[in-house]
Design a protein around this ligand. Structure first.
Ligand code: GLA
Length: 389
């Protein structure tokens, strides 16, 4: 028995759960703040994520319960729904809203969510809960969406219902992830390639700063806006749709057009980071982990100095990683402003890395990080309602 979820569903609703689903979270290996600029990203799904157990009901009520949060919601079937406060149930509610506005006949649902993913830590717990709900509704109500449609619905909900102007990377990664593979995704065309992520003697390590991120949404939207300004300025002379339509060489020739220094720095990060993803994809395909690690460090520096979305907690982790010869590379992952960093660490160095980092970080920051060895797992799907859950 993993978490005893079927029994917990039973205790809560006094009946059996008839369906179960799981959606992972994700880490982004490289290509940060690129998706909304139409470039390349390289995320992968992880084995932590969100479970959803549910049973349709005849009383026309959506009942939202989670083992992670005390707050609950009971919302009657209607034609459309509004975001209610800042509670977690807005993510599944936004998905329900989308299905209902698309004209699908829904029924009430008794739902139980449980996430074993650190929540609000930059591992896409929100995309995970959105996609598990979207997948479940599509399945139960035969809505007929493709997996890519569900990804687009998740992003639309995040943009329009939640108010976060995110790109498509997170929803795509948690939907399309495959065990031991990284996704190289072109966020403009949505063409993608699965790359074998043979890490050799290295393991992927996730380090949670354990810093709570309150300003994420507003700072994130500010960066999105700065990129829009940079693009508009470059479009005066260049025929492009996205910042990532040019490379670092072309940017050098046109960067003088952007007079605002902050905006210029943002654009420089985006364009150079996009170039780095191409190099990183080659490095991974050739099992060149030292080169991949070098690019991870370069990515982190750029996010720290040019894009300014890092912070003392994330920087401290990367700073420590550089002192450890068993580490190929490390960087912040996700939106930044706290959240998680990732590192490629030699398997037999993991224990030592974890202990040393703990001391180094705690001395500097005042509290401990959480360090996990992470596996690359599969995307969203249905599960048997069984004692395995
Ligand atoms: C968050 C967003 C993504 C992406 C990353 C930064 O995770 O949801 O769309 O922009 O930040 O790369």
């Amino acid at each position: 028995m993993k978490y005893g979820l079927p029994q917990k569903f039973n205790d809560l609703y006094n009946k059996e759960a008839t369906y179960a689903y799981f959606s992972p979270g994700r880490v982004n290996l490289i290509g940060e703040h690129i998706d909304y600029n139409g470039g390349l990203v390289m995320p992968c799904a992880i084995t932590f994520g969100t479970y959803l157990l549910l049973t349709p009901n005849e009383d026309g009520i959506f009942r939202f319960r989670s083992l992670n949060f005390n707050d609950t919601a009971n919302i009657p079937l209607q034609n459309g729904y509004q975001k209610i406060g800042d509670g977690w149930s807005n993510f599944p509610l936004g998905i329900i809203d989308h299905f209902s506005k698309d004209g699908h006949q829904l029924k009430g649902l008794d739902m139980l969510f449980y996430g074993d993913i650190p929540i609000g830590a930059g591992l896409s717990s929100s995309a995970s809960i959105e996609m598990v709900t979207a997948f479940a509704l599509n399945d139960i109500f035969n809505a007929g969406y493709s997996l890519l449609d569900l990804v687009k619905i998740g992003k639309a909900v995040e943009n329009n219902f939640i108010g976060m102007n995110c790109g498509i990377m997170d929803q795509f990664a948690v939907a399309f992830g495959e065990k031991n593979k990284a996704i190289v995704l072109n966020c403009d065309t949505l063409d993608y390639e699965m790359v074998n992520s043979n890490l050799g003697k290295y393991v992927l390590v996730i380090i949670n700063t354990n810093k709570s991120r309150k300003l994420t949404e507003s700072k994130y939207n500010e960066r999105v806006q700065e990129c829009r300004v940079a693009l508009k300025t470059l479009q005066k002379e260049l025929d492009i749709n996205y910042l990532c339509d040019i490379d670092a060489f072309t940017f050098k020739q046109y960067k003088h057009l952007i007079t605002d220094e902050t905006v210029r720095k943002r654009a420089k990060h985006v364009i150079e980071e996009n170039d780095r993803v191409k190099l990183a994809a080659d490095a991974l395909a050739n099992n060149n982990l030292p080169e991949f690690g070098r690019l991870m460090y370069a990515s982190h520096n750029s996010l720290r100095d040019l894009y300014e979305v890092s912070g003392p907690e994330l920087d401290t982790i990367v700073e420590y990683a550089k002192t450890n010869a068993g580490v190929a590379g490390a960087r912040m992952t996700g939106a930044g402003f706290g959240g998680c960093a990732i590192a490629l660490v030699k398997q037999d160095e993991f224990e030592n890395f974890s202990l040393e980092l703990n001391t180094y970080y705690t001395d500097k920051i005042g509290y401990a990080p959480s360090v996990y060895q992470s596996l690359i797992g599969n995307g969203v799907g249905s599960e048997m309602v069984s004692s395995e859950l």
